[in-house]
Design a protein around this ligand. Structure first.
Ligand code: C5P
Length: 398
């Protein structure tokens, strides 16, 4: 199942490191090659000699080992693999990963790699449940890091609970899944997300309440199905996902330009809440209060409709163009009309009335409008809506 796959296995310093030796054997049984990297702490638990004997390969240990740099630099080492696996992933190693540290070989490889990373956490139950750990875990998942385990059970420290490293067969299954080619492999997907900011003067702007959460989750879900994702985002409150090409913009006009530059794409999804207008007479200098009590007059000009432009572009049009419709009343009827007016294939409609808590919230209740009609989906966490939508997109291209 793993024939000719190259695994870079980073072994962290925890008691579960002994299982990683067995992991090396089992991976090789399946036809994979394993290049082990040991952290300093790992060497307290397993010896470099055992790891290299089982892998039948050189073990890498030190960032400043000049012989290694002459043979294979750390950047090359981080990219020569098909997948990077961290087992056991200790609390310390995960904290380093989540915060971008690069002060030893393992953390530097993890920063430099362009490959997917799968971690098998292993630590004491209290450490696993610590808010700092859970924050780091959420950050890593947001960056596209895959996670297997931990399992629940008796631990070497005598306590009981989640924190045991996943068993070797479970890790091997996760490695197989991570290496499987996703249905969107080879496809380029463009996603717009977040609000736009339209300046009034150098310090003031017109904005909306979009957090960018749904667009971000969607970009991550499409990436997880193997797509190359270009993510054009306005000033969102949630950070962009890892493993996608991020293009940051501020205004609708900048977004239109970035979308144009990102084409061609197989699929384009317009999740951004684009301002409909910008201020034509935005002031060059900060506007001053008028001592006579008058209000400034703002002249509004319509922004380019980015979605409609791409949906109606003729030659070079993405095969599937998906728009969003944020409505506060008659959601389905407005969305059906919008699909026809914009010329897109699908509309993902949602009710953003303040009472729903959807805009800026963690859940979404959408109605998918396609050529075939309207489908109301149940209220779900935004990442789950994203996964379902990504799966539908993959099926439509299939
Ligand atoms: O017209 P309305 O703003 O309701 O349409 C929403 C859909 O159109 C969203 O998919 C949004 O990203 C897109 N849109 C756009 N450019 C605009 C306005 C909206 O791409 N100027």
């Amino acid at each position: 199942m793993l024939a000719n796959k190259r695994i870079l296995l980073i072994i962290g310093g925890g008691i579960a490191a002994f299982k990683s030796l067995d992991l090396i054997r089992r991976l090789r049984d399946q036809g994979a090659s394993v290049t082990p990297v040991l952290t300093k702490a790992a060497e307290e638990f397993v010896t470099p000699l055992s790891a290299s004997a089982l892998a039948a390969q050189k073990v890498y240990r030190d960032l400043f080992d000049l012989t290694d740099e002459a043979e294979m630099g750390h950047i090359e080492l981080s990219r020569a693999a098909d997948l990077v696996v961290v087992a056991p992933a200790t609390a310390d190693l995960m904290a380093k990963m989540a915060n971008g540290h690069a002060n030893d070989l393992a953390s530097t490889l993890l920063m430099a790699t362009d490959k997917r990373v799968l971690i098998a956490p292993a630590m004491n139950v209290r450490m696993w449940q610590h808010p700092a750990m859970q924050r780091n875990l959420a950050t890593l998942q947001g960056d596209g890091v895959l996670v297997v385990g931990p399992d629940e059970g008796a631990m070497a420290c005598g306590e009981f609970g989640p924190g045991r490293m996943a068993e070797v067969p479970e890790i091997i299954a996760a490695i197989g899944a991570a290496l499987a080619e996703g249905p969107l492999k080879g496809k380029h997907v463009l996603v717009t997300s977040g609000p736009t900011h339209e300046p009034i003067d150098p310090v003031r702007y017109i904005a909306n309440r979009s957090s960018g959460a749904q667009g971000t989750a969607l970009a991550a879900a499409l990436r997880d199905l193997g797509a190359r994702v270009t993510f054009v985002t306005g000033p969102a409150t949630v950070p962009p996902p890892g493993g996608v090409d991020v293009v940051r913009v501020e205004t609708a006009q900048e977004m239109a330009g970035a979308v144009k530059s990102a084409l061609p794409a197989d699929v384009a999804v317009f999740a951004a809440a684009v301002a409909d207008w910008h201020v034509a007479n935005a002031a060059e200098q900060k506007m001053k209060k008028d001592s006579s009590g008058g209000f400034p007059a703002l002249d509004f000009v319509e922004n380019p409709d980015i979605l409609a432009g791409v949906a109606q572009m003729g030659e070079g049009r993405p095969r599937l163009v998906v728009g969003f419709a944020a409505e506060t009343e008659s959601v389905e009827a407005h969305a059906i009309a919008k699909r026809a007016r914009k010329g897109c294939d699908w509309i993902v409609a949602n009710d953003v009335s303040p009472a729903t808590g959807i805009m800026g919230g963690t859940e979404n209740a959408v109605t998918l409008i396609t050529e075939g009609g309207a489908e109301a989906w149940p209220r779900l966490p935004k990442p789950e809506v994203a996964r379902r939508l990504a799966a539908r997109i993959a099926a439509a291209l299939g």
